[in-house]
Design a protein around this ligand. Structure first.
Ligand code: GDP
Length: 478
């Protein structure tokens, strides 16, 4: 619909992983676009709003707050065919409270009559009103021009500017229940960035935050109970400061594992569809507070579109991921439908085909109900927590680069770049800066080749690896 279409058009991405239920037809949280020789970072704060009207004002506030903090300019997207309601005015008031320029994009304006209708939206009190059609690509240039003009050029021109698309009117019924906490951007500032958005207490090295995410009824509560029940000491349930979030901290082999927002995990949705939407929203919220995510799949159902959506968010969030295939008992020892017991290898192959982007995530088959495989989960969490914080020295990296045979990378000649050297700029997730001969975006196949080589050499089990490119000539000018 409106905002996603605009987002996809600007970032030229079309990585759809979803079905046609409204509200979960979402693609990406953030992306980039180039305009007039500059690069802009686009943050989509959108999502889903619960069916409980009482929650809506706070959630709108949360979105606005994040947008105000993060972005250099704000774009509010509304559908020309919808009526304005009081939450819209409230939202605008909040957006204007900050010092950031606010733009109103009135979407789905195609033709004369619609242009007139767009004028109605001036009642919101925003001066910058831009009629657009995200689908047909109308009016977008003017909007981007105005945005570019409003955002001052940064001196070091190194970091792209941010600009969020807060929400659409036509998605009122499906909007976000949460604050998105902004994007997680690769780079040196990652650690500070995360602290700002951590809502579940300060980060400590010996503590690992774990999010249990997945669709309704995959067994999240059952697994949580099993894990916290078997662990040696339940330290305490700690009430979060900002919401009614409750974390449970468990000690395992000298490490503290903090299961984030366990109240949220246990919360049940009202209708099936709403529960399904909420599970996506909750996953995003929980990921924000986590180091490691347990992505739960129901073995009796296989990998569904919603699993893929949630998995996509996990991947993009930069968190380490363990894929937990639950209810394994029900398709093996406890099988009642007369079929032969399921085979791990076959199941995993099918799962990996759907969750391609999570190729680095280990898979564990278990039964939360019968409490099998729990120790394995704990050990993997501990290992992944260490892996994602690992640091490779520049010396090690240089020796590694000398060994890599880049001729073997399956990349067309024109897309090749020469890497002069490479450093690890950040941990959690490990982020590498490549100093190259040309300022180009890394070719997908090249990036994958490099990533695999790094994993072969250094491990980084369970965590995504991020790359940034810096062209050498760019460096000379500094
Ligand atoms: P949640 O909505 O993800 O928190 O799911 P629940 O933990 O409430 O579990 C949903 C249903 O699946 C319950 O009836 C559980 O008893 C059942 N369940 C959970 N784990 C397993 C398992 O490992 N095996 C089987 N057979 N059933 C399970």
């Amino acid at each position: 619909m409106g905002k996603s279409t605009l987002f996809n058009r600007l970032t030229q991405s079309r990585r759809s992983i979803v079905g046609d239920e409204p509200g979960i037809t979402r693609d990406r949280i953030y992306g980039e676009y180039d305009w007039d020789g500059r690069r802009f970072r686009l943050v989509d704060t959108g999502g889903i709003v619960p069916d409980d009207p009482e929650l809506i004002p706070t959630e709108i506030y949360n979105q606005a707050r994040v947008a105000l903090e993060e972005a250099a300019a704000l774009v509010l997207v509304v559908d020309v065919r919808t009526e304005l309601a009081s939450p819209d005015y409230d939202l605008v008031k909040l957006l204007l409270r900050g010092t950031k320029p606010v733009f109103l994009a009135v979407n789905k304006v195609e033709g004369e009559a619609m242009s007139l209708a767009a004028e109605n939206f001036r009642r919101l009190g925003l001066r910058e009103v831009y009629p657009i059609s995200a689908e047909h690509g109308l009016g977008i240039g003017d909007l981007l021009d105005a945005i570019a003009e409003a955002i001052p050029l940064q001196k070091d021109a190194q970091e792209p500017e941010a600009e969020p698309v807060p929400e659409t009117d036509d998605e009122r019924a499906e909007e976000d229940e949460i604050s998105e906490g902004g994007p997680v951007e690769p780079g040196v500032e990652d650690e500070t960035h995360r602290k700002v958005h951590r809502t579940h207490g300060e980060f400590e090295q010996h503590e690992t935050s774990v999010a249990i995410i997945g669709r309704p009824n995959v067994g999240k509560s059952t697994l949580l109970n099993a894990l916290t029940g078997t662990a040696r000491a339940i330290v305490s349930p700690i009430a979060g400061t900002t919401r009614d979030a409750v974390d449970e901290v468990v000690e395992f082999e000298g490490n503290q594992l903090r299961f984030v927002d366990t109240a949220g995990i246990r919360r049940k949705g009202k209708t099936h569809l709403m529960a399904e939407k909420l599970s996506v929203v909750m996953a995003r919220r929980h990921l924000e507070a986590a180091d490691v995510a347990l992505l739960m799949i129901d073995a009796t159902e296989g990998v569904t579109a919603s699993d893929a959506t949630i998995g996509g968010y996990a991947h993009e969030s930069g968190r380490s991921v363990i894929i937990v295939v639950n209810k394994w008992d029900a398709v093996t020892t406890g099988r009642k439908d007369g079929k032969p017991p399921a085979d791990r290898e076959i199941f995993e192959r099918q799962l990996r085909a759907v969750l391609k982007y999570l190729s680095y995530a280990p898979v564990i088959f278990l039964s939360a109900l019968e409490r099998t495989g729990l120790g394995k989960v704990m050990r993997e969490v501990k290992e992944l927590a260490a892996e994602r914080r690992k640091r490779v020295t520049t010396g090690q990296m240089n020796r590694f680069l000398e060994r890599v045979d880049f001729q073997r990378a399956p990349v067309p000649m024109s897309k090749r770049v020469r890497i002069f050297y490479m450093t690890q700029a950040a941990v959690a997730p490990p982020t590498f800066v490549l100093f190259t001969d040309r300022d180009v975006k890394l070719h997908f196949a090249f990036e994958r080749f490099l990533e695999n080589q790094i994993r072969d050499a250094f491990g980084f089990k369970g965590t995504p690896i991020w790359f940034k490119v810096k062209a050498r000539n760019e460096k000379k000018e500094e």
